[in-house]
Design a protein around this ligand. Sequence first.
Ligand code: GLV
Ligand code: MN
Ligand code: MN
Length: 406
Amino acid sequence: MGIGTAIAARLEALAAITDEPGRLTRLYLSPAHRRAADLVASWMEEAGMRARIDAVGNVVGRYEGTDPAAKTLLIGSHIDTVRNAGRFDGMLGVVAAIELVGRLAAQGRRRPFAIEVVAFGDEEGVRFASALGGSRALAGRFDPALLDERDENGVSRREALVAFGCDPARIALEARNPANVLGYVEMHIEQGPVLEREGLVVAVVTAINGASRGRVRVSGESGHAGTVPMALRHDALAASAEMVLEVERLGATTPDLVATVGRLEGEDAAPNTVPGAVSFTLDIRSPDDGVRHAAVTALSRSIAAIAERRGVAARVDIGYEAPAAPCDARLQVGLADALARLGLPLRRMPSGAGHDAMAFSGRLPFAMLFVRCRDGISHNPAEYAAPKDIETGARVLADFIDHLDT
Ligand code: GLV
Ligand code: MN
Ligand code: MN
């Protein structure tokens, strides 16, 4: 079987492991995440690795090198998903890495350096307020305060980890010593339309855009929808609607900025009640941290002004920040050299989406390879990358690994 077809078959098997029958939803530390982690660990073992689930719920498989003194190369991506997800976002990089190591093992080949394949568990940050918990642990940047974050059912990260079989007290021990790591390299679908539009298959990523995520809580006064006169209302939902449009306006009018409200919830909402309390999420991104911070400040001011005019209170909490993260120059050259050896044109581009790699910024060198996906669609069940394109990506990564020197 060609490597593209083999990867596609494993992606299909993983896509069947879901917490919601009929669609793919696999949030961090859920029962489906556990089953997927076990499957991935078994694939790693079959591929000649020693596999374990670490203290933060990542699956880590190790394929030894010939030189015990050499640093380790980390490759992989994530196996958690958004709600109603596609089957390629994250899983492609994990499955491709396992296939590549499996092929090395089948040929009885080892590089001087050990290769560790990591299937991160908390890239999307859908279950808890912050994202990149798994990669931050490896980067030595896991803030223990995150253990107290609670999901929408009131379950804390700590409780969810223990139920998954992890020991939160050992998370700090997962930190990698930069002196022992060659770098982290991740293959991922582009999640955008550029490669397809340009008729190209793969690209070398230059940097990952920074992100701020947060929540806005708007409190007004609930009341009877039939009796409270319009002029006397403190409607938290109408105020939130105006704030949401302000978020959109700011994103649309600021160069190099995207701003999104992805979720909005009313408390005790009913058709015949004037909404008294609403909260909504914020997701603000830019390649330029200054632009992003200025946007957060401007938005906080606009939200306060809207709240004041409408007689409601609004609180903005930015609970998660990931600075823009440049990819390592040397590893980028390594990927570009692999493209050249395979006769592929070099396209370089930044990543608008976040990735586990950004948790390593300033700590461990990292690089990423994008593979074209159909219509640029992602975070959507229609997400698709052709086996032939996957094969090209896998060949680039294999060639990169073959030529990487310690
Ligand atoms: C992950 O997909 C993100 O960019 O939020
Ligand atoms: Mn992803
Ligand atoms: Mn994603």
